[in-house]
Design a protein around this ligand. Structure first.
Ligand code: HEC
Ligand code: HEC
Ligand code: HEC
Ligand code: HEC
Ligand code: HEC
Ligand code: HEC
Ligand code: HEC
Ligand code: HEC
Ligand code: HEC
Ligand code: HEC
Length: 271
């Protein structure tokens, strides 16, 4: 019986609580309040969907009387996702993305008030290929690879970082099958071939670095080292060595085994 009374009291308190809170709530702030000081106010409206200042910013009441820095919160990813996870399936996997894990915020890539953030890319700039420059700001090691003698033509505008990566998603979803991604542009290499070359079917990046290398054709190693990694016996037991050729003559493996990605006619990968 005593428990029941305590429960009833707690319930009554709960019922009363909202009324108390309401009574003390400050007058709701409207966007009108921002206009008085932020002139030109219009400059902050990037697009019609982003015209509600309070959907992104949470000012302390002090800000509305005194203004100044440090008294308004900038939107974190949660704020953006309150709209962009529901109306926009592409942002669905943000929670699993390497960028979220690395504590990168939406606003690190999206400058929401374009004219005022010249350093950062903005909504309008996404429509050009300036994204890659933004990516390289933070990913210096990749940028360095893009300057190597053999590289995917990203700087040249032939493709961009986002042709292969979705910055909003995890690499599990992005690169779920690296090979399929490569085939979207390099269709000629797609199998099935009558005589497959095992590592090609497995993963293109066994031999190629997707960004850039010092060796021709984006190869991780120069020939014949690339091949000798796995065919280490080739220089001693190769059929031609058993004949008259020296190991040196065999250096450029693909000059004979040109069908390196698989062949329709020759099991030894010749054309
Ligand atoms: C009393 C005038 C005033 C009002 C009202 C006002 N602001 Fe400000 N706000 C300022 C001043 C002044 C600054 C500092 C500008 C500077 O130093 O560059 C500022 C800065 C900001 C900043 C940047 C804060 C920072 O830490 O850099 C944001 C965001 C902002 N205001 C949003 C808002 C929003 C949203 C509203 C409406 C809800 C609003 N402000 C209403 C005067 C005001
Ligand atoms: C879609 C979200 C969003 C909306 C809506 C939004 N802002 Fe912002 N605002 C931001 C972000 C993000 C930053 C920080 C930019 C950065 O870090 O590069 C910012 C920065 C600012 C700043 C400081 C830097 C600057 O550009 O002067 C002010 C002032 C500001 N906002 C005012 C406003 C006002 C006023 C409104 C309403 C007209 C508004 N914002 C609407 C996201 C938003
Ligand atoms: C109040 C809801 C809301 C909030 C909060 C919001 N957005 Fe949006 N945003 C929209 C809507 C609606 C669109 C237009 C439809 C679309 O592209 O999904 C849009 C469009 C965009 C676009 C594409 C614009 C273009 O030109 O194609 C980007 C980028 C964007 N928002 C980023 C952000 C970021 C980053 C934040 C957080 C700082 C944010 N948004 C916060 C509702 C919102
Ligand atoms: C690492 C940089 C980066 C981060 C972090 C990032 N974005 Fe983007 N975002 C981009 C790039 C680049 C594009 C344009 C290329 C594309 O469509 O993937 C883009 C495009 C968009 C678009 C519109 C284009 C479309 O897909 O239709 C929206 C909306 C958007 N981002 C919202 C967000 C939100 C919300 C967050 C935070 C949860 C966020 N972004 C975080 C780089 C980023
Ligand atoms: C503000 C800095 C910043 C920007 C801009 C940025 N990134 Fe990142 N990125 C990070 C951080 C931090 C991580 C977390 C892992 C790490 O430290 O490398 C990351 C991780 C990644 C990963 C996964 C790395 C892994 O180890 O698997 C990829 C892929 C990636 N970013 C691609 C991009 C692309 C594409 C763009 C441009 C659209 C971009 N990033 C822009 C900071 C950034
Ligand atoms: C042709 C497709 C392609 C392009 C273009 C591309 N990447 Fe990658 N990237 C990949 C693949 C595939 C991997 C995974 C490599 C692995 O698993 O060995 C990767 C891995 C990464 C990683 C993880 C760490 C690493 O170095 O392996 C980062 C960070 C990254 N890319 C950033 C970028 C940035 C930034 C750009 C643009 C400058 C870019 N990528 C352009 C395909 C690409
Ligand atoms: C968005 C399209 C695209 C994707 C995806 C793509 N590539 Fe490329 N690739 C290109 C372009 C463009 C070139 C340069 C033009 C050419 O030589 O055909 C190129 C060139 C190459 C080259 C030859 C470089 C040279 O020196 O001639 C290799 C090797 C290569 N890609 C491997 C890959 C691998 C491996 C993948 C998957 C991780 C991949 N590509 C994904 C577009 C793409
Ligand atoms: C066993 C190592 C190896 C693997 C795995 C491999 N490649 Fe290659 N690839 C090479 C070699 C070696 C060359 C250079 C051939 C030559 O000497 O010109 C090459 C050349 C290329 C070229 C340049 C154009 C051409 O056809 O010669 C492209 C594009 C390419 N590879 C894409 C791919 C793709 C896509 C995959 C995955 C499906 C892949 N490679 C897997 C070794 C490999
Ligand atoms: C990651 C390991 C790996 C790399 C790197 C590699 N191969 Fe292979 N290769 C294999 C495997 C596994 C097979 C199939 C098994 C076998 O018959 O030995 C094979 C089969 C072959 C065959 C057919 C052999 C036969 O007996 O039918 C030739 C020829 C060949 N590779 C040449 C090359 C050349 C040339 C290169 C360098 C461009 C190369 N491989 C790089 C793993 C590799
Ligand atoms: C001058 C042409 C030539 C060069 C260069 C060459 N090969 Fe061969 N390779 C052959 C011929 C011919 C065969 C035997 C083909 C057959 O039996 O049909 C062969 C067979 C092979 C086989 C199958 C081995 C077996 O026991 O049947 C492998 C693996 C191989 N080569 C790897 C390599 C590697 C790795 C290199 C580079 C170090 C290389 N080859 C360079 C012509 C060449």
């Amino acid at each position: 019986m005593r428990e029941l009374l305590t429960l009833l009291a707690a319930w009554a308190a709960l019922c009363l609580a909202p009324a108390t809170v309401l009574a003390q709530a400050p007058v709701p702030i409207g966007n009108e309040a921002c206009k008085t000081c932020h002139v030109p106010y219009e400059a902050h409206k990037v697009n019609v969907y982003h015209s509600d200042c309070l959907a992104c910013h949470t000012p302390e009441s002090q800000h509305l009387t005194e203004g100044g820095k440090g008294t308004v919160k900038f939107p974190t990813a949660d704020k953006c996702l309150s709209c962009h996870q529901t109306n926009d399936h592409k942002r669905m996997n943000w929670a699993f993305s390497e960028h979220k894990k690395g504590q990168v915020e939406c606003r690190d890539c999206h400058g929401l008030h374009s004219p005022k953030q010249p350093k950062k890319s903005n909504l309008a700039l996404w429509k050009t290929d300036k994204q890659s420059a933004l990516c390289m700001d933070c990913h210096q090691d990749v940028a360095a690879r893009m300057n190597m003698p053999s590289h995917h033509p990203v700087k040249e505008g032939g493709l961009s970082c986002v042709s292969c990566h979705d910055p909003h998603s995890g690499k599990q979803t992005n690169l779920v099958s690296k090979n399929d991604q490569c085939y979207t542009c390099h269709q000629a290499i797609r199998g099935p071939k009558v005589f497959e070359h095992a590592p090609v079917v497995e993963d293109c990046t066994i031999c190629h670095n997707p960004h850039g290398t010092p060796n021709r054709r984006l190869l991780n190693l120069s020939q014949p080292m690339q091949c000798l990694q796995c065919h280490s016996m080739a220089l001693t037991t190769h059929p031609l060595v058993a004949g008259k050729q020296s190991g040196v003559a065999l250096r450029n493996c693909t000059s004979c085994h040109g069908a390196i990605h698989g062949s329709h006619i020759d099991p030894k990968l010749k054309h």
